[in-house]
Design a protein around this ligand. Structure first.
Ligand code: NAI
Length: 467
């Protein structure tokens, strides 16, 4: 039976590179039953806030696999990205982006062919979209990282490494600064690593990882990151092998898989038959391997390399007077199917099944005990006046004023603070001495007390488990 796959051509150059890719797949002997749907620009224009119509969601639910071109996202205003919506909806928590040197694609590392993969957590972290204006002048976002999310992505990285014959994983985090969120990824990685003794492991700080990628990227095989760090590092890795036009990607979940090129809609060249379809074609190659069509995947990847090596290059890879069009590139690739490049042998890929969460790192079922509370207040009074107000109100409730912070710096008690204050204060309370926890009633009481003070307004509270 022909495999049904949801096809989203996308915006800008999307239709051009996706159509080219479908032609290549067909020429390689793969016949898919494409269920064509829309998302992104066209959906936003028709008033669908999420950028993903119900019928598209239903299609992916049915097919479990989507091949998707780039989608336009409004920047800095309006709706959430349709890509982020899709990743969250289908819990495609692992974003896998190989960066592999291709022939004739110029990069700083041409002599030493690069071959690494970034595995990026894809649904949590700063991409949950939990973001607020807390005052008219202060925006705040939440970096949400769960033990489940960490375990999922760590296991996916190890399983992917095995399936692609890779030997070493670097877990790259910012755990020195974000000890809890990034620290949770690091500690989960270290705990699970013992189950994969065939894979070498190491931890590296993400800033050093970026530095090392610029000076000695050959040391990396697989790099595992949280969502935001992985977003940046994976674009860096694409840049190292010659740009977005040649870098593939997929978003994998336990049940669903969405395959998408890493580049955007390239509005500057859209509709002109100028786009490089390589990224989209290599993305489809990943999809073929996911579906078990290993032979066809290798054949397409080899033909692509033969094509590039012959000097058949689109305008992103060569001066425009020598460049070929998307159509000519695709025709040439198709005519090269069956040819191989022995110096670019494909890896011995094996089937990759997303790992089941083993829950060895049991998630706690007990409700947490709260022993601190941060109350964020907006106020334009002086720090001294604020301290006085907070101290006097803490006398009438069962809480002690533990400290006051402004833009993350402790300004009370503090010997010296050169912080330039904004009217947004984080007031931290702890239990009165002799008490070990804070109840919801305590919090309600302190909020009511704050409400009674003139020129103070609370806008956010955060319960704390370890003051
Ligand atoms: P972009 O990737 O569309 O373009 C950056 C530059 O790379 C442009 O000069 C473009 O011409 C060139 N380029 C990109 N892909 C190419 C290809 N296949 N062949 C030849 N040249 C190529 O990034 P930009 O301009 O930041 O974003 C444009 C739009 O795309 C935005 O709406 C953005 O939100 C969206 N976008 C969507 C993505 C997705 O759906 N996965 C990913 C990145 C951006």
């Amino acid at each position: 039976m022909t495999r049904k796959i949801t096809l989203i051509k996308g915006d800008g150059i999307g239709p051009e590179v996706v159509s080219a890719t479908c032609r290549v797949l067909e020429a390689a002997g793969l016949e898919f039953d494409w269920d064509e749907q829309v998302a992104g620009g066209k959906a936003f224009e028709s008033g669908i806030d999420s950028g993903v119509p119900e019928v598209t969601i239903a299609s992916i639910k049915d097919t479990k696999v989507a091949l998707k071109g780039p989608l336009a996202t409004p920047i800095g205003y309006g709706q959430r990205s349709a890509n982020v919506t899709l990743r969250g909806l289908f819990e495609t928590y692992a974003n896998i982006r190989p960066a592999i040197q291709l022939p004739n694609v110029k990069s700083f590392f041409q002599e030493e062919a690069l071959d690494l993969v970034v595995v990026r957590e894809n649904v949590e972290d700063l991409y949950t979209g939990i973001e607020y204006m807390q005052t008219k002048d202060v925006a705040l976002t939440l970096k949400l990282v769960s033990r489940k999310g960490c375990e999922d992505i760590v296991r996916a990285a190890f399983e992917y490494a095995r399936s692609a014959g890779r030997k070493k994983i670097h877990c790259a985090t910012k755990a020195n600064i974000m000890k809890k969120t990034e620290g949770l990824l690091k500690s989960t990685f270290e705990e699970i690593a013992s189950e994969y003794s065939d894979i070498e492991t190491d931890h590296i700080l993400i800033d050093n990882c970026a530095h090392q990628m610029a000076i000695n990227p050959k040391q990396f095989d697989v790099i595992l990151c949280s969502n935001m760090n992985g977003d940046i590092i994976s674009d860096l890795s694409s840049g190292l092998v010659g740009g977005l036009g040649v870098a593939p990607a997929c978003n994998l979940g336990r049940e669903y898989a969405i395959f998408e090129a890493v580049h955007g809609t390239a509005p500057d060249i859209a509709g002109q038959d100028l786009a490089n379809p390589s990224s989209m074609i290599l993305t489809a190659v990943m999809m073929c391997r996911h579906l078990g069509y290993f032979r066809e995947a290798d054949a397409i990847e080899q033909a692509l390399k033969v094509t590039l090596a012959s000097g058949c290059l689109t305008g992103d890879l060569t001066p425009s007077d020598k460049a070929v069009t998307t159509s000519v590139f695709t025709d040439t690739l198709i005519s090269n199917l069956g040819r191989t490049m022995p110096e670019y042998v494909e890896r011995a890929y094996q089937p990759f099944v997303m790992p089941k969460l083993q829950s060895r790192l049991a998630t706690s079922t007990d409700l947490a005990t709260v022993n601190g509370v941060d109350i964020y207040v907006e106020s334009n009074v002086s720090l001294d006046d604020l301290v006085q107000s907070m101290r006097s109100l803490s006398e009438v409730v069962d809480l002690d004023l533990h400290g006051i912070y402004n833009r993350g710096t402790k300004v009370y008690p503090a010997d010296i603070s050169l912080t330039e204050y904004i009217h947004h204060w984080q007031c931290r309370f702890s239990p009165k001495s002799g008490l070990s926890s804070i109840s919801d009633d305590d919090i309600r009481e302190v909020l009511r007390a704050i409400e009674s003070v003139e020129k103070l307004s609370w806008m956010h509270i955060e319960k704390i488990l370890d003051v």
